[in-house]
Design a protein around this ligand. Structure first.
Ligand code: GTP
Ligand code: MG
Length: 320
């Protein structure tokens, strides 16, 4: 359960936001000013049934109240902040090296691959790693694990946690698990409860394994493709807002599809341009003979085609 006693500014503290509007916002799952500040004026207009001018005024006041705005840096400050970023280790030396030290916060990491390529195992390992202290490669935070494929395994967590010397009685309390059954549940979860957990119980890592399964199941056929892409875009946009606003780590996995090229077919991550654009760092996982390979597909910091090898054991992912 979420710990309720952390200090919080109430919605009613926002100038121009009355009791009735606060009620409407709460019934839409918006519980804090910081959460409110993630919305656009159009969204608030729709949810609270208020006019556009009032919606944007409320948002402006909300952002002022929590001092959220676009920060301006000198390049010196920017470089310092980049340098001080806490990187989350994967617990695998070769993969950390590929990632320039580990996962950075406020970005979306996409790990795509065929079945058996290690996506879910990597997610389990990250769910453990995030809990470790800084000197052990973690960030001392909790994880919100969204499982759309039903492959989360407490046994794997036990094994991996033991390997990294994590207290099991803590590890089982620090992983929040949810299994949304359709796209609407997923959207509600991400916009609502997930944010509450991030704000109130120190969730530092969000995992969605996989981002695509529910959409593929629900929007079948070409006639629903545009709608599907629109909805995927919507959830990714929310993940981005959350990652940036709360400065936390976001990991999604993706399936692979076969796409025709001029002469042959190639295997590429599903979800088309929408996921490709939304992911900050995109990787392809592959199983070769006994070893697995991870390759950088697209990243502002890691050269395309750069690879690392790893193994999967009973105790999780290991360097080769
Ligand atoms: P899909 O979800 O089916 O698309 O695949 P995935 O990419 O998520 O694969 P996943 O991470 O579940 O599994 C990758 C591989 O890890 C499997 O094929 C197994 O070979 C290996 N694996 C999973 N669990 C264990 C385990 O307990 N011990 C060992 N040694 N290997 C395991
Ligand atoms: Mg999987």
């Amino acid at each position: 359960m979420v710990n309720e006693d952390k200090e919080k500014i109430d919605l009613e503290d926002v100038p121009g936001l009355g009791r009735i509007t606060a009620l409407k916002l709460r019934s839409a799952g918006i519980n804090s000013v910081k959460q409110l500040a993630l919305y656009t004026a159009e969204e608030i207009e729709e949810i609270a049934k208020i006019d556009p001018g009032r919606a944007s005024k409320i948002l402006k006041n909300a952002r002022a109240l929590i001092k959220s705005g676009t920060k301006i840096y000198t390049m010196e400050e920017f470089e310092k902040e980049q340098y001080n970023k806490a990187l989350l280790s994967t617990g695998v030396k070769s993969i950390d090296e590929l990632l320039n030290g580990g996962l950075e916060p406020a970005s979306i990491y996409e790990f795509a691959g065929e079945f058996g390529s290690g996506k879910t195992q990597l997610c389990h390992q990250l769910a453990v790693m995030v809990q470790l202290s800084k000197n052990k490669g973690g960030v001392g935070g909790k994880v919100f694990y969204i499982d759309t494929e039903g492959t989360f395994s407490p046994e794997r967590i036990h094994k991996i946690a033991t390997r990294f010397g994590l207290d099991l009685s803590l590890a089982v309390k620090n992983i929040y698990y949810a299994r949304p059954i359709n796209v609407e549940y997923l959207e509600d979860l991400v916009k609502g409860e997930l944010i509450r957990y991030v704000e109130e119980v120190d969730v530092k890592l969000i995992i969605i394994d996989s981002i695509i399964a529910l959409y593929r199941a629900e929007f079948k056929g070409r006639e629903f493709l545009a709608r599907r892409q629109q909805r995927i875009n919507y959830i990714l946009d929310w993940l981005k807002r959350i990652g940036k606003s709360y400065y936390i780590y976001v990991v999604i996995t993706n399936q692979i599809i076969t796409a025709p090229t001029g002469f042959a077919t190639i295997k590429i991550p599903a979800g088309g341009n929408i996921i490709a654009h939304a992911s900050t760092h995109r990787f392809l996982l592959k199983k070769a003979d006994k070893v697995w390979k991870i390759e950088s597909l697209d990243s502002p910091k890691i050269p395309k085609g750069k690879t690392a090898l790893f193994r999967i054991s009973d105790d999780g992912l290991l360097s080769v």
